[in-house]
Write a protein that binds this ligand. Structure first.
Ligand code: HEM
Ligand SMILES: *[C@@H]1O[C@H](CO)[C@@H](O)[C@H](O)[C@H]1NC(C)=O
Ligand SMILES: *[C@@H]1O[C@H](CO)[C@@H](O)[C@H](O)[C@H]1NC(C)=O
Length: 337
């Protein structure tokens, strides 16, 4: 309390000291107002649907909760679906469009799930608030709820995204698949306005969910054409995975120890050479990311706080606002009017 008081006093004194500078006066004297467009995310607000669809968050929460009770794997799948949406053309629900040649048909989208759940939420939202709420906003809030239901942190979701009208399969192939190097990953995240900290922290969502054996079989059997397993992987872990991966379409857990719990075991796995994806293991071994990875492994509360912050940033990535997009009436198709 006392500390807070002191901080406020300091802040106030800095402000009064700063305000009458020459720079400030110069701005006021400018003859024409300079147009500085705000970042798009500044047009989003957690109060966006307060009047137009006050029940929105409770509809989403109720549907998410009843699906996840029946099928707990849906939590991870919705979080991933949101990431794949934001990674291509920003968080604009382009991943939900279902037509020939759309992102959904890309090889990189093959194991995405949760479309039917989003459709069901959208149908109920349309019943209560017709033509009001974008699919991009629904998916973003669903990912937040999925995180909570898996045991992760809460955050306020800013709303006001619009839905895109374009979805191209070839663009979906640029979403990281698990065999990239850190430089490539950093570049991808940079394009979303995300830093190396966000990248390490958001990768922490691999503390829940599964991976198809197809995606890791190179790593188990023929790493970079050597005919062997990736040497950066624990040998006992490799043997176990080989036993679980009889078929390409079998699944293994991304977090070996606590696959259903949203915790920081993911980062501690990396210290034991038990990262399932080589990209995850690299977070631990690459100098640029290893510091943040070990910090997150040892500080669960810091991880929760930063995960919430980074998810808001992910959800703000390259969003469409106002006339840049539309409010789809069905998440699977652009409006025909
Ligand atoms: C850093 C780059 C990333 C790479 C290379 C990557 C790669 C992958 C791969 C290969 C899978 C398994 C897909 C399969 O079944 O074949 C997966 C699953 C998953 N990813 Fe990522 N991912 C990345 C970042 C993220 C981010 C930023 C999030 C969320 C914020 C995320 C959330 C998930 C979740 C929750 C799953 C489990 C999905 C399920 O169980 O259905 N990933 N990821
Ligand atoms: C990362 O991958 C890119 C593209 O394959 C390659 O050009 C680059 O040399 C790699 N960087 C490192 C540090 O391995
Ligand atoms: C391993 O990979 C190399 C190059 O990627 C390929 O030429 C070779 O046929 C593969 N071996 C097996 C057993 O799949």
């Amino acid at each position: 309390m006392r500390c807070l008081f002191v901080t406020i006093v300091i802040l106030l004194s800095i402000n009064t000291h700063v305000s009458p500078t020459a720079a400030n006066l110069a701005v006021k004297r400018l003859p024409v107002q300079v147009q500085v467009p705000l970042p798009r995310a500044a047009y989003l607000s957690s109060a966006f649907y307060d009047e137009s669809c006050p029940n929105l968050e409770s509809i989403i929460h109720q549907k998410m909760s009843s699906w996840i009770k029946r099928d707990h794997t849906m939590a991870a799948s919705i979080i991933r679906l949101h990431f794949h949406d934001c990674a291509v053309r920003g968080c604009d629900a382009s991943v939900l469009l279902n037509h020939p040649g759309s992102e959904r048909v890309a090889e990189a989208s093959r194991t995405l799930r949760g479309f039917a759940l989003i459709d069901e939420i959208k149908a109920e939202v349309e019943r209560q608030c017709p033509k009001t709420v974008s699919c991009a906003d629904i998916l973003t809030a669903a990912a937040r709820d999925a995180t909570i239901m898996a045991g992760g942190p809460f955050w306020e979701v800013p709303f006001g995204r619009r839905d895109g009208r374009v979805s191209l399969a070839r663009e979906a192939e640029s979403v990281p698949q698990g065999h990239e190097n850190i430089t490539q990953l950093l570049r991808t995240f940079e394009g979303l306005g995300l830093t190396f900290v966000d990248m390490v922290v958001l990768s922490g969502s691999h503390t829940i969910g599964r991976c198809s054996c197809h995606a890791i079989k190179q790593r188990l059997y023929n790493f970079t054409g050597t005919g062997r397993a990736d040497p950066s992987m624990n040998a006992i872990y490799v043997d176990r995975l080989k036993k679980q991966c009889k078929y390409d379409d079998s699944y293994v857990n991304l977090d070996f120890w606590t696959p259903r719990k949203f915790d920081t075991a993911f980062y501690r796995n990396l210290e034991k050479k038990m990262g399932l994806l080589s990209t995850d293991q690299l977070l631990h071994s690459d100098m640029r990311t290893s510091g943040v990875a070990s910090l997150m492994g040892s500080q669960p509360e810091l991880f929760d706080t930063q995960f919430a912050v980074s998810m808001v940033k992910l959800g703000n990535a390259n969003v469409l606002i106002r006339k840049e997009g539309e409010i789809r009436t069905k998440c699977t198709a652009v409006n025909s009017y």
